[in-house]
Ligand binder design. Structure first.
Ligand SMILES: Cc1cc2nc3c(=O)[nH]c(=O)nc-3n(C[C@H](O)[C@H](O)[C@H](O)COP(=O)(O)OP(=O)(O)OC[C@H]3O[C@@H](n4cnc5c(N)ncnc54)[C@H](O)[C@@H]3O)c2cc1C
Length: 463
């Protein structure tokens, strides 16, 4: 394949599209003289899905020189889940056919490019904790009095599941271990009911996903990739016999454009099935917050199960729009919630809540709506088990994005030569992005995935 002229178009400037671009430019058969690679990203702003008062550039928390700088021409890159995820990486993630490759590549990328300072790469711990905070009431002035509440069934079995729920033991099965000493930002004495280790620095790490994605995009561009933001792909055109890709149509600044394309990589995250209806990627909205902590908190990712006591502000149900000042109620009975908390090396902690189905996937990242009540739920809940995150923390960002679900799907689509998908990465897309990018580079430039078996990720298994 080396030496053959290829016009490669990548659809989507999330972590998957940017890693595909990066690894294509590192493939031994790649040459900027014979291969033209273009990455088209629909959004031209990364601020959709964030409240206006949120911190817009995470690099501003880091020393200016090493941090992965924002390139104004790349506005829109990492504007979705890839900029608003937790950033946990783990050898115990799934699917296991690509996890070890991707975990190793994350480590190699960090070593080669200074990822510790550029995108906050570090090894960390992951653990699960069950907590039953006391509730003194009166914390949230938006809440109506308990006696005003209608009977909303609190659910001891867990009405609100965490994002990485498949990895968790039931709270009841947690060993009654004490938390490690350096997990001193968890108010263990007040609230800890159970604790268990899930991952250690041997098999667990983290990145800042927005900074990482931005860096991948920049390094791909430095090797010849053309990045076009505000370019929404509307069609992938095939030859008259339908056997191969010939061009990609997109809209930019109100104009229809067409790009000759021999190879199209669709990495449109939760939007993928709009372009490839046979690839069953679905989307669920998820909210998250970033909190500036009064001190840098120790490197733990905590999968919590918090037993909210009666009287606590009631979490917004998955299927109902966010509660307002008038409707917020107090829990009548205890309820288990499972926010996830990731300490970060930039002096912040990130926390995310469950997914919800009340707002369908909008046309682009720019139109993603933040339901502030859901952010407030997360803040109330994590603040109930940690003063560093609650009373003493300062909220830097309230945000929402769409989690792509159903896959991951990596490989050629439906027998069309040159049509490849890389999407549907669920809650492990940050972890699995470098491996996916590497495999895509091999599929496009070698004709076959070499570094790992595609296994269940191969879209040909769908038919
Ligand atoms: C709250 C939350 C926490 C998470 N935490 C973790 C974690 O700790 N670890 C982990 O590994 N994973 C995590 N994930 C999962 C991870 O964020 C996703 O799997 C990953 O970001 C998906 O990347 P993507 O590039 O496929 O999609 P996206 O980031 O959604 O990017 C797709 C891009 O395609 C663009 N696009 C769509 N349609 C078009 C079009 N027609 N033309 C041009 N461009 C288009 C979009 O604008 C978008 O920018 C988390 C997810 C959420 C929601």
């Amino acid at each position: 394949m080396a030496g053959l002229q290829k016009d490669i178009t990548i659809v989507g400037g999330g972590i998957i599209g940017c890693c595909a671009a990066y690894f294509l430019t590192r493939h031994p058969a790649y040459s900027a003289d014979t291969h033209r690679i273009t990455l088209l990203e629909a959004s031209s702003s990364s601020s959709g899905g964030r409240t206006a008062d949120s911190l817009q550039d995470p690099a501003s928390l880091l020393p200016p020189e090493p941090a992965s700088k924002r390139n104004p021409a790349h506005e829109g890159i990492a504007g979705g889940a890839s900029g608003k995820a937790g950033g946990l990486l783990a050898l115990w993630a799934f699917p296991q056919n690509i996890v070890p490759l991707s975990f190793r590549l994350h480590d190699e990328l960090a070593k080669e490019h200074g990822g510790d300072t550029k995108w906050g790469y570090r090894r960390c711990y992951a653990s699960q904790c069950a907590a039953s905070p006391g509730f003194t009431g009166g914390k949230d002035e938006d809440m109506t009095a308990a006696d005003n509440a209608q009977s909303r069934d609190g659910n001891e079995e867990g009405a609100s599941k965490g994002l990485h729920k498949d990895h968790k033991k039931s709270a009841k099965a947690l060993k009654r271990l004490g938390a490690p000493e350096d997990l001193d930002w968890l108010d263990a004495e007040k609230s800890l009911g159970g604790y268990d280790n899930m991952g250690t620095p041997e098999n667990t790490a983290q990145v800042h996903p927005e900074l990482f994605t931005r860096a991948m995009a920049q390094m791909a561009e430095d090797r010849g990739v053309k990045i076009v933001t505000g370019a929404k792909v509307t069609a992938i055109n095939k030859s008259s016999d339908g056997k191969s890709v010939v061009s990609v149509a997109y809209e930019k600044d109100g104009k229809q454009e067409s790009l000759p394309t021999t190879d199209c990589v669709v990495a449109a995250g939760p939007w993928t099935s709009k372009l490839l209806p046979r690839i069953p990627v679905t989307a669920s909205r998820a909210h998250s917050v970033v909190i500036k902590t009064p001190r840098t908190v120790s490197p733990y990712a905590l999968f919590t199960a918090i037993n909210l006591p009666s009287g606590f502000p009631s979490p917004t149900p998955e299927d109902r729009p966010g509660s307002t000042t008038q409707t917020r109620q107090a829990l009548r009975r205890m309820q288990i919630v499972e926010p996830e908390i990731y300490a970060r090396p930039d002096g912040t902690a990130y926390a995310c809540g469950p997914t919800d189905q009340t707002a369908p996937l909008p046309a682009t990242n720019a139109e993603v709506e933040v339901d502030e009540a859901r952010c407030r739920d997360i803040l109330d809940q994590v603040g109930s088990i940690s003063d560093d995150l609650g009373r003493d923390g300062r909220v830097l960002a309230r945000q929402a994005c769409y989690l792509p679900q159903g896959g991951p799907f990596i490989g050629e689509v439906g027998g069309t030569q040159g049509l490849t998908v890389a999407a549907g990465h669920t809650c492990w897309g940050i972890q699995n992005a470098p491996g996916t990018g590497k495999l895509i580079s091999e599929i496009v430039l070698d004709g076959v995935a070499k570094s790992a078996k595609l296994g269940g990720c191969d879209p040909s298994r769908l038919t």
